[in-house]
Design a protein. Structure first.
Length: 550
C-alpha cells in the first residue's frame, strides 16, 4: 500500500503521459487519487482493486493506494452487485464509490473549488480512474494468462519428463508402482490407486497413502464406488485406454496445499488425463515387451522340442537286402503328433561281419491333437514301443500292453491310432495289428490293392480293448504304403480332400520308380493339391517294396 500526502502545489498533467506509456498503473492511480480527493474536497481516500488479495479468497478487494487520512480498512469483504455485503457497514463518515473492477472509499472534507469546477474536475478524474483501472485489469489478465501459459509449458515439460521416466520401465510390476507415485507427486494428491482391467473388472495393482478397494466393476459414465479410496473427501479419476480399449483407471484423492486438503481443479483433471494417456502407452509397451519375451521363450522351447522329436524319429532307414525302404514325416507345427519307427529285430552279424536282421519292426501312429501335448505322447509311445518290440510278440498282446500304458500316462481325451507290425524278410510276410489307424495300402505288382484294415480301437481310448492280428505277404514288386490321415485329408483351397482314391491312383502311376522317387511324388502331389494353403495336419508315410530281383 502506498500513501500519498495531500499538497497544494499544482502538478503538471503532462507528467502522467509517460506513466501511461510505460505502464506505471500504480503511480497513475496514486496521482489520480490525490487529484480526485483534492477536487472533491475530500480529507482522504483509498482505492481497492478487485482481485488484489489472492491470498485472502474471502475478500473482494485489497487497498492498493491511499491518500490523506481516514479510517480505511486494509481489505473489503465480499460484496454483491448492489453494494456492501450484508452486515458489513462502512466506518462512520466514509463514503463509497463503485468503479470498474474497484471500489473508492473517501472521507468528505472542506474543499476550495467551486461547485461547478468540482463537478467538472471530479467527473473528469473519475473517468480517468476508470480508464486506468480498466487498463490495469486488462494488464493483470494478460499477466495471468501469460503465467498460465508458462505454467502450462512447465506442466507439459513435467509430463514429458514423467512420460520418459515411466516409458523406460518395462517390468509391469515396477511400472505400476512408478506410474502411481509419479501421478501422486504430479498432482499433489494425498492418496492414489492404480487399477488394471482383468476378467472384465478393475483390479487393484498398486496403491499409496492408505487402503484401497480390491476390485470394482467399470462404472462407465457413472461415479466411482464411494469406498474405492476409503476415508477421503475429494476423488478424481482418469481412464487408461489404448485405441479406445479401456485397460484400467488412475484414481487420485485429496489434493494437498498450504491451506490443507481440498478438491482438484479442472486443470488437475486435464493433467491426470494427459498423464493417463502416457501411462497407457508405457503399460502397452511393457505388455508388448513381455509378450515378446514370452514368444521368444516359447520359440526356444519349440525349437528344443522339435530337436528332441527329430531325435526320436529315424535318422535313416535300415538296410534290408531284397527290399527298398523310405520314411518321411512333416509336422503341421514346430512339433507334431505323428510318429513312425523302423526297428531292426533280432539283428546280428553274419560270418563276414556284416549286420543282419531276422525281422524288421514297423510302427506308424497318429496322436489326437497337435503341438506340444501331442508331441509328449509321441515321446511316451516311442519309449513304450522301443521297450516292448522284440520282447513281446508283435500282435494283440503287445498292443494291449501299449493301450494300458497310454491310458495310465495320458489325459482322458487323448488317444493314438496305431499300425504296428513286423516284416519277415525271408518270406515277405508282414504281420500287423491296426489299432484304429488308416488302412495301409498294399499295391500289388499287377496294380491291384489290398487294404490293411483296422482290427481294434485306438490305443488309450478305452480300457480292456481287444485287438486282432492280421497278415499280408509281399511278393516280388509289391509296394506297402503306410500313411497318416494328414496325407489323404490334405485340403485344397476349396476345402476338398485329397482322399484315398487319388493316393492310390498316384501310387499306380509311379509304382515302377524307386521308393525315394515315389515318396517325392507324393510330397509334390500333396503340395500341388493344397495350392499353398496352410498344412492342416501332420503328414507321415512309410514305403516298403520287395524288389523283383535279388
Amino acid at each position: 500500500m502506498v500513501s500519498v500526502s495531500p499538497g497544494t502545489e499544482s502538478q503538471s498533467w503532462s507528467r502522467l503521459l509517460p506513466l501511461v506509456g510505460r505502464g506505471g498503473e500504480r503511480e497513475l492511480m496514486e496521482d489520480l487519487l490525490g487529484r480526485w480527493c483534492r477536487a472533491r474536497g475530500a480529507a482522504g481516500g483509498a482505492l481497492y482493486v478487485d482481485g488484489g488479495a489472492s491470498s485472502h479468497p474471502e475478500s473482494l478487494a485489497e487497498c492498493q493506494v491511499r491518500w490523506g487520512d481516514g479510517p480505511f480498512p486494509e481489505r473489503l469483504p465480499r460484496v454483491g452487485r448492489g453494494g456492501s455485503a450484508p452486515g458489513s457497514e462502512l466506518p462512520t463518515g466514509v463514503e463509497r464509490l463503485e468503479l470498474p473492477g474497484a471500489v473508492l472509499l473517501w472521507v468528505p472534507g472542506g474543499g476550495t473549488a467551486t461547485a461547478t469546477e468540482e463537478t467538472a474536475e471530479v467527473g473528469y478524474l473519475t473517468v480517468l480512474l476508470g480508464v486506468v483501472l480498466t487498463n490495469c485489469r486488462l494488464r493483470r489478465r494478460i499477466k495471468r494468462q501469460s503465467f498460465e501459459a508458462n505454467y502450462r509449458g512447465v506442466e507439459l515439460e513435467a509430463l514429458y519428463d514423467v512420460g520418459l521416466a515411466i516409458a523406460s520401465t518395462l517390468d509391469l510390476d515396477a511400472l505400476g508402482e512408478e506410474i502411481l507415485l509419479r501421478a501422486v507427486s504430479l498432482l499433489d494428491a494425498r492418496r492414489g490407486a492404480l487399477y488394471l482391467i482383468s476378467d472384465g473388472e478393475h483390479r487393484l495393482v498398486s496403491w499409496f497413502g492408505g487402503t484401497a478397494r480390491e476390485r470394482f466393476e467399470d462404472p462407465g459414465d457413472g461415479p466411482l464406488p464411494e469406498d474405492v479410496l476409503p476415508e477421503t473427501e475429494h476423488l478424481m479419476a482418469a481412464p487408461i485406454a489404448v485405441d479406445e480399449d479401456l485397460r484400467g483407471m488412475l484414481v487420485m484423492a485429496d489434493k494437498e496445499s498450504r491451506f490443507g486438503v481440498g478438491p482438484f481443479t479442472p486443470e488437475d483433471q486435464r493433467t491426470l488425463a494427459l498423464f493417463a494417456n502416457q501411462a497407457a502407452i508405457a503399460l502397452e509397451n511393457a505388455r508388448l515387451h513381455l509378450d515378446a519375451l514370452e514368444k521368444e521363450r516359447y520359440e526356444r522351447d519349440m525349437q528344443l522340442a522339435a530337436e528332441i522329436q527329430r531325435q526320436i524319429l529315424p535318422k535313416g532307414v535300415p538296410s534290408l537286402p531284397g527290399y527298398e525302404i523310405a520314411g518321411w514325416n512333416r509336422p503341421a507345427r514346430e512339433v507334431g503328433g505323428d510318429y513312425y519307427d523302423l526297428l531292426p529285430l533280432d539283428s546280428g552279424s553274419d560270418d563276414s561281419g556284416e549286420q543282419t536282421m531276422e525281422r524288421l519292426g514297423v510302427a506308424l501312429g497318429d496322436v489326437s491333437g497337435k503341438g506340444v501335448p501331442a508331441a509328449l505322447m509321441v515321446s511316451t509311445l516311442h519309449s513304450a514301443i522301443r521297450l516292448l518290440m522284440g520282447r513281446v510278440e508283435t500282435g494283440p498282446r503287445l498292443v494291449e500292453r501299449l493301450n494300458r500304458h497310454i491310458l495310465a500316462s495320458s489325459a482322458p481325451n487323448k488317444f493314438i491310432t496305431l499300425l504296428v507290425g513286423e516284416l519277415d524278410p525271408e518270406t515277405g510276410v508282414f504281420r500287423y495289428v491296426n489299432a484304429g489307424h488308416n488302412p495301409g495300402l498294399l499295391l500289388r505288382a499287377d496294380g491291384s490293392i489290398e487294404r490293411l484294415d483296422p482290427g481294434g480301437l485306438p490305443v488309450g481310448l478305452l480300457p480292456g480293448g481287444t485287438y486282432r492280428a492280421d497278415r499280408v505277404c509281399l511278393e516280388l514288386g509289391d509296394l506297402l504304403c503306410l500313411y497318416s490321415d494328414g496325407i489323404t485329408e490334405c485340403a485344397s483351397p476349396d476345402d476338398e480332400e485329397l482322399g484315398e482314391e487319388r493316393l492310390i491312383e498316384l501310387l499306380r502311376r509311379v509304382a515302377d520308380r524307386p521308393v525315394g522317387e515315389v515318396l517325392d511324388a507324393v510330397k509334390e502331389a500333396v503340395a500341388t493339391f493344397a495350392e499353398g494353403a496352410p498344412q492342416g495336419d501332420d503328414q507321415t508315410m512309410v514305403l516298403i517294396r520287395r524288389k523283383r530281383s535279388g
